[in-house]
Design a protein around this ligand. Structure first.
Ligand SMILES: [Zn+2]
Length: 75
């Protein structure tokens, strides 16, 4: 009969492995094309290498939105 603690540890190990795998994907270089669904503009290789996932236009839009939310956050 298996020890219940062994089963728990095995499950935790599997979940940890999955988390590590997804973290590795998240830190991989950015996209080669804009990830915005209705955009898809190509991204320059040097920006992809820096982890960019948005084209310049969408990046500017996202930063403008973030600045807007930051202002609201301070009220
Ligand atoms: Zn874009």
């Amino acid at each position: 009969m298996p020890d219940p603690m062994d089963l728990v540890q095995e499950r935790v190990q599997r979940e940890t492995d999955a988390l590590v795998a997804s973290a590795a994907r998240a830190t991989s270089p950015g996209a080669t094309a804009c990830v915005v669904a209705d955009c898809g503009e190509p991204i320059a290789p040097e920006r992809t290498a820096l982890g960019a996932r948005l084209c310049l236009d969408c990046q500017r839009g996202a930063e403008a939105r973030n600045a807007h939310f930051a202002r609201w956050g301070r009220r």
